[in-house]
Write a protein that binds this ligand. Structure first.
Ligand SMILES: [Zn+2]
Length: 83
């Protein structure tokens, strides 16, 4: 992940991270600007927003749960369709 200094727009380095929740989806990133003429230090906030694709394990669990609710006849029909 690239962080840019909000003052001079040069690259900045993440010096440390302070997680703000147990899931580690929200964090303060303590950053140092790499431009020696600026040398600013600042905090950026990182936050999880949404899934674009859910994790594979979630998809498999969801599929297994749905298939488990089908009748045996529907499962056989499903296997014929995708097998
Ligand atoms: Zn800077």
């Amino acid at each position: 992940m690239q962080i840019n200094c909000p003052h001079c727009q040069h690259k900045a380095h993440i010096a440390s991270r302070n997680n703000l929740n147990d899931e580690k989806t929200i964090a303060d990133l303590y950053c140092n600007c790499s431009n020696p003429a600026c040398a600013a230090r600042f905090v950026m906030q990182l936050g999880f927003q949404r899934w674009i694709n859910p994790p594979v394990t979630n998809t498999l669990e969801l599929a297994a749960s749905l298939i488990g609710k089908l009748s045996k006849a529907d499962r056989v029909a499903l296997l014929k369709e995708f097998g």
